[in-house]
Design a protein around this ligand. Sequence first.
Ligand code: NDP
Length: 444
Amino acid sequence: MSYVDEVLERVIAQNPAQPEFHQAAKEVLESLRPVIEANEAEYRRDALLERLTTPERQLLFRVPWVDDKGQVHVNNGYRVQFNSAIGPYKGGLRFHPSVNLSIIKFLGFEQVFKNSLTGLPIGGGKGGADFDPKGRSDREVMAFCQSFMQELYRHIGADTDVPAGDIGVGGREIGYLYGTYKRITGLYEGVLTGKGLTYGGSLARTQATGYGLVYFAEEMLRANGTSLKDKTVAVSGAGNVAIYAIEKAQQLGAKPVTCTDSNGWIYDPDGIDVALLKEVKEVKRARLTEYAAQKPGAVYHEGKGVWTTKCDVAMPCATQNELNLDDAKALKANGCMAVCEGANMPTTLEATQYIQANGMLFSPGKASNAGGVATSALEMSQNSERLSWTFEEVDVKLQSIMANIFRSADAAAKKYGMDGNYVAGANIAGFLKVAEAMKAQGIV
Ligand code: NDP
C-alpha cells in the first residue's frame, strides 16, 4: 500500500466519527501524492505524514455560564494547536451549535497549509465552542466569552498561539475575550487579532478575507484571459466574508446578485445593496427577510437553492459542504465559469472533482480566503511594533500577498504537471514549506 493510503487509513482509524477531518485529510493528501511519492522513503522513515495529521496539542474544556434569567448553561470549548513548525499557532475561534472536535480539527489542519501559503511566519490552529450567540443578549455573550477565556488564557500568548474570529466570533466577541485575557494576565499584548481599532486592531482586517478573495479571483481570471468586470456573481453567506466580497467585487465592476443566511437567500437582480446588507446584518443583526422587505425588486427564497442562480462566478462564503454535486451541475448548466471559495471547504469533494473535470476554474479556500489570516499576521506585526499602519498600507500588502499566493499555487501545479489545478498547487506549495521546517527541527 502506498504511504499516502496507509496514512489516510490511520487517520480514519485513529479519529473515528470525525468525517470533516477525514475529508480534509483526504483532499490534502490525495493532492500531495506526486510530491510524497517522489520522496516516499524519507517521509516514511520520518513519519512525516503521521506527524502532519496529528495535532501537536488538543484542548477540550468546560465552559459554564449564566444566562439573563439565572439559568446555568454548559458548553464545550476547543482549541486545537495543530502545527507550529513555521510560527506560533494562528487560526480563528468559531462559536456555532454545530462545532465539534471533527470540525475544529478539519479547520486546524487546513489552516496549517493556508498559513504557510501566505508566506508569513504563522503556524496553524483553530478553536471554538458549540455556543450559539444568535438570540443572546450582549450580557449573555459577554458572560460566555469571559468563561471561555478563563480557561483558554493559560494556553495562548502573543508568541505561542494567537486566535482570531470566525463564524459567530466578530468584533464584539473578540473585545470581550481580549478584555478578559488582559484582566487575568495583566498583559496588553497582541494575543488576539480582529481587535477593535481603539485597542490594537488593524485597519482593513474586517474587510480582508472578502477583499482578499476577490483579489485572488481577479488574479486567477486574469491568468485565464478574463476578469471580474461585468461578471454576474452568486455569493452565499451574509457574514463577514460575504459582505466584503460583495463590496470589493462591485468595486471591480462585477455584479453580485445573491447572498444567504441559514434560513434562506436573496436574489437581487439589480445587484446587492451593500449598505443595506451591512445595516441588516452588522447593525441590526437581523435576518435576510429584512433586506427583502426594504429593497424593491429583491426576492427572498426560503431554504437552499442559491446555486441555481444564473451566474458567471460563484463565491461560496458561508460554511463547509454548502455546495454539493447537484449544485455544481446546476452552476455548470447555467454557464458558470469559476467557483472561488471564500468559506473553508464549502465545496464537497465530489463537487470539486466535477467542477475541475468540467472546465470550470476552481480556487480552494485555503488559497483564496487566506487574506484574513494574512492580515491578522499584519496585525500581529503592528502590535509588536506598537504602530498602526494606514488602510492603504495594509490593503496594498494584502493585494500583494494574494497575488503571491496565486503565483505560488499556479507555479506548484505547473511544476508537478497539473496546470490549472489550484487545489493541488495550493496544497503542494503550502506543504513543502512546512515539511522543510519540520525536517530542519528534528523529530518533535
Ligand atoms: P459569519 O458568522 O460572519 O457569517 C457566516 C454566514 O454564513 C452567515 O450568513 C451565516 O448565516 C451563514 N452560515 C453559517 N453557518 C451556516 C450553516 N450551517 N448553514 C447555512 N448558513 C450558515 O462568518 P464568516 O463570514 O467570518 O465566515 C464564513 C466562512 O468563511 C467560514 O467557513 C469561515 O471559516 C471562513 N473564513 C472566515 C474568515 C474570516 O476572516 N472571517 C477567514 C477565512 C475563512 P446565519 O447568520 O443564519 O448564521
